[in-house]
Design a protein around this ligand. Structure first.
Ligand code: RB5
Length: 151
């Protein structure tokens, strides 16, 4: 697997904590530098807080790509997509994880611990971090998506 990035930022709420730990271990095995913004236990917490921590550092360019995990991946994607310049994709399969990089230039992958297992999640992370945006006809559409930030 040839990763496009050397480092990634990751966050979860309590519903995604166990899967976050599995994904972090997998990334470290593959020599990807990981910043973990929490949560750091299964104690109940609020997913928008962690979405914000990750998205801020993708917005400012510290990290090109981020990963967010909650119970479903949906709450995280909703919170993340409130951030200007963030294109977050809640994915449940490898095809979507790959295509959202190729066609949507997604910069945050959202996963659901209560939806998928760690093996599939790590395969999806691998594809997300190793797939390039295709540009071309997709660039104008991504530009249109970005322009909706101001609506
Ligand atoms: C927490 O119980 C759960 O609501 C949260 O992890 C997430 O699935 C929300 O979208």
């Amino acid at each position: 697997m040839k990763f496009q990035v050397e480092k990634v930022i990751i966050g979860s709420d309590h519903g995604g904590f166990a899967l976050k730990q599995a994904v972090i271990a997998h990334l470290k095995e593959n020599d990807i530098q990981v910043e973990d913004v929490g949560t750091y236990s299964t104690a109940s917490c609020d997913y928008p807080e962690y979405a914000h921590k990750v998205c801020q550092k993708v917005q400012d360019g510290t990290y090109p790509l981020g990963i967010l995990i909650c119970g479903t991946g949906i709450g995280m994607s909703m919170a993340a997509n409130k951030h200007k310049g963030i294109r977050a994709a809640a994915c449940e399969n490898t095809f979507s994880a790959r295509m959202t990089r190729m066609h949507n230039d997604a910069n945050v992958l959202c996963l659901g611990e209560r939806v998928i297992g760690p093996g599939l999640a790590c395969d999806m992370v691998d594809l997300f971090l190793s797939t390039d945006f295709q540009g071309g006809r997709h660039q104008a559409r991504v530009d249109m998506v970005n322009s909706l930030d101001n609506q």
